[in-house]
Structure formats: C-alpha cells, structure tokens
Design a protein around this ligand. Structure first.
Ligand code: SF4
Length: 463
C-alpha cells in the first residue's frame, strides 16, 4: 500500500485519474497536505508530489507520470491525458499553432503521448476537417432516447429498462409531447436540425406501431430540409424484423446500428446479450435487403474470456460483411454495471490483452480500407485506451463528431437526455438534463419542459 501525498493541491481528484492508470485504487491512499498526517504513520511507503507550490497542473501530472512509470514499469500511451475528448484538444492546439508538426511535437513532449497516439489524433482531426467541416450557423443536433432493451448486458451503465409494451406506450405518449414541444420551439427560434439521432437503450425495442408513430412525430415536428443524417440505433438484432426495418427506411432513416459486440457465441451468452452471431448476420442481411443506408456496428475489446484471436476474428468477419462503420470500444467497468459487482478490477487485468487486441484489430481495419473518424475516452477503461469510430471514407457520422467537438447545441429528448446548450461567444456548454428514470420522467414531465423552455429556448442565441 502506497501513501501518495499531493502537496499544494486542493483538488486531488483532478490528478487521481492519472494515478489510477498506474496503480489499482486498492494499492494506494491519496492525501492532500491537510490530510497527510495519516500518511506519516507509514513513511516508508510514502510518495510525495508537487513539493514546489504554484506549478502548472501539467507539470504536476508530468511529475506523477515519470515517477509512477519508473515505479510500475508502465508507460501509458495516452501520456498525461485523461480527458474524454483528446481530438478536441488537438483541434484547439492546431488552431493556435496552425501546423500539424508543431502539434505532434507538443502532444509528445508536453503531454507524453506515444507517437502512435499523436499520429492517431492528427489523422482523426484531419479527417474531420476535410469531411465534416465546421458547424453550420443556427444548427443543432437532436437526440431522442428510448431507454428500453430486451435484456440488460453485463457491462451496461446506460438507461436500459426491461418493460412491457404498455409501459413503453406510456413513455412514448409523453415523449411525443416533448417532440412536438421542441419542434415548435426550434421552429420559432430559427434553430435548424443538422442531425437526428435516436438512441437508448434500443429504440427498436418499441413495437412496429410505436416506432411508426415516433418517426412520424419526428419528421412532422422537426424541419427535415437540411438534415444531414437521420440515425436510429437498432442495436440488438433480437429487436429487428423486416417490418421495423421497412418503417425506418420509409421514414427517411439513413443510418442504423446493428451491434454484435462480439461474433463469438460463448461471449455473447456470458455478457447477457440474448442473441447469437448468426442473429447478427440475419439482421444485417435483412437490413441490406430493405434498402440503402449506412450500417454501423459496435464491438468491444477486452470482453471477459476473449483473447486476441477471438477479437480479431470478430473484426475480420465484420469487415467481410462490409459494415460501413465499425466502432471499436474498449471495455469500461463502470459503477452502474453488473460487471463491477462481479470483478471491480476486471479492467486492470485486461490491459495487456486489450493493447494486443487493439493493435491487431487496427491492422485488419486499415487493410480493409477503414479510417478513424472520431474517438473518445472514458473513465475505468481497460488499459486506459480509447473508443474509435472507424469508417469507410465518406460514411462518417456527423452527430458523433459534433458531440465530441462540443461546438454545437444538442437538444436531447426523453428520459436520460442531457441537452447541451452551446454559447459560442464564451465557447462554453451548459447542460440541461432530463431525469434518467423513465417513470419519473413521465411523472415530472411538466418540469422537464419548463427546464427546456427556461434554459434552451428563452436564450437569445444558442447555436
Ligand atoms: S444494448 Fe446497450 S443499452 Fe441495452 S442493455 Fe446492452 S449495453 Fe445497455
């Protein structure tokens, strides 16, 4: 057990994310000056950082990185970066420096990034600049949440409820009112929709009639004239059938997700997905027969009991199937997941295998013509790696890029939806959340509308 003392620092949590990449929380205790008396009981295991006051916080992080790297032998490839949006940071650095070589150098020297990660950031940023472009004036992204799934996956930390059709109907009736309200307000304020995204949960958990009514409300309420893309997550193949796909297609949806996570049946059973790899193939075939659209699939590196060969077999199969987008997540063991109850250290144990899986997976993806177009990081990820959206050139999701850029207002509807209002003059976002629990959302619906009215639609200029 190490006692780590952070001198001259008030907010120790700002540094703990970095410390946790090196050390398991069970192996250290963290103190500020004010708390350091306890640490003095075991001086032999004490590590002190930032003895000199008034240093830049990145100096302190570099000191932590160098010392803990020497102690543990680990060299995390993301250096001292612990934030969710490293591409955004790279964009800001590029705006300042105006030259990629300079940015690459700074990422490596000031943030200790592995050259591979610095190159990945620059490649992703360049793709976005060339293919997605800047946020058009007065536009917003619209997100609609359907918090239902047929079963709950082992690693899930999202709003995902298993409910009857009657309960889903009650939710839908409320949601339709929020859609009508936001559509009318946006129209009045001159906010135009650039992208629409229906996620969850699994939106296709709704039955055919519910799905039809939801999409009718969306297309009637929002101005669809400049919409660049309309996405619906059809994530679980056990919720898809021909009729639902036809409804989505006829209503103008041009992007869907069919998410295997793994193409190994044993893994799918272990993580609580109530479908097989063959079900993914069937759903995919059905979707292709229904019409032209861009199909994304999500996979996860670091799943329980999977080795490098299991993971690469999944990636290889998905590239053969010709999904336009393959989003590679790294397993994150979050507080709200069932996995954390089973093994809270799971992601620490998975670090080495995840590294090998990601490197091998990337080779297959690049050889098959995929390029990285967005990426983000999360807390509690195996090996502190990243999630990367890979796409065939020209098939990227604008919504995914905008969410990470944080330079556009996102209006989020439904239980768990967190709207983010962008103030360009201050380059700042303000969160306007709906409650997460779908029953409370129904109960307190008037309050949800009031919040939107006060914090999104009463502002003079928000997008
Ligand atoms: S499909 Fe997604 S939202 Fe639904 S339970 Fe699984 S991880 Fe959670």
């Amino acid at each position: 057990m190490y006692n780590i003392i952070l001198k001259n620092i008030d907010n120790k949590y700002e540094y703990e994310e970095l410390i946790k990449i090196f050390l398991n929380p069970a192996d250290y205790r963290l103190f500020t000056d004010a708390e350091s008396e306890v640490a003095e009981e075991h001086p032999e295991a004490t590590i002190v950082f930032n003895k000199n006051a008034h240093r830049d916080k990145n100096d302190v992080k570099r000191e932590i990185y160098e010392n803990l790297s020497a102690l543990t032998g680990k060299k995390p490839e993301w250096g001292i970066l612990t934030g969710v949006r490293p591409v955004k940071l790279t964009g800001e650095m590029f705006a300042e420096a105006g030259d990629y070589d300079n940015v690459r150098r700074r990422l490596q020297q000031a943030y200790f990034l592995h050259p591979r990660k610095a190159d990945l950031l620059i490649e992703t940023l360049q793709y976005q600049q060339a293919n997605v472009g800047k946020v058009p004036q007065d536009t917003v992204g619209v997100y609609i949440g359907i918090p239902f799934c047929p079963t709950r996956c082992l690693y899930c930390s999202f709003a995902s409820n298993q409910v009857t059709a009657a309960a889903a109907e009650r939710y839908l009736q409320t949601l339709l009112q929020e859609i009508a309200f936001c559509g009318a307000q946006m129209h009045e304020k001159g906010m135009r929709t650039e992208s629409l995204y229906i996620g969850g949960g699994t939106p296709t958990s709704l039955n055919e009639s519910q799905l039809q009514r939801l999409l009718e409300a969306v297309t009637e309420s929002f101005d669809m004239s400049i919409v660049r893309e309309f996405t619906v997550e059809a994530g679980r193949p056990d919720t898809i059938n021909k009729e639902k796909l036809r409804i989505l297609h006829d209503m103008g949806v041009d992007r869907i997700s069919i998410n295997p996570q793994s193409m190994k049946d044993k893994t799918l059973e272990l993580i609580g997905r109530s479908h097989s790899a063959a079900d993914i193939e069937t759903a995919y075939k059905l979707a292709r027969e229904t019409g032209h659209w861009i199909i994304n699939c999500d996979v996860i590196a670091g799943l329980p009991e999977e080795d490098v060969e299991d993971f690469t077999a999944t990636i290889r199969r998905l590239t053969e199937m010709q999904f336009e987008n393959i989003t590679v997540h790294t397993l994150a063991v979050k507080r709200a997941s069932r996995l954390i109850d089973i093994d809270k250290d799971f992601h620490y144990k998975q670090a080495q295998v995840v590294r090998e899986q990601l490197v091998a997976g990337e080779k297959i993806l690049r050889a098959a013509g995929y390029v990285p177009y967005y990426l983000y990081r999360q807390k509690h990820m195996a090996g502190a790696f990243e999630n990367i959206g890979w796409c065939k050139p020209g098939t990227e999701s604008v919504y995914n890029v905008r969410i990470m850029e944080e330079a556009q207002t996102i209006i989020a509807l439904g239980a768990g939806g967190i709207s983010k209002v962008y103030y360009p003059d201050e380059n700042r976002l303000e969160r306007v959340p709906n409650v997460t629990n779908y029953e409370i959302y129904i109960e307190r619906f008037d309050e949800m509308l009031k919040r939107k009215e006060n914090h999104i639609f009463q502002e003079e200029k928000t997008c």
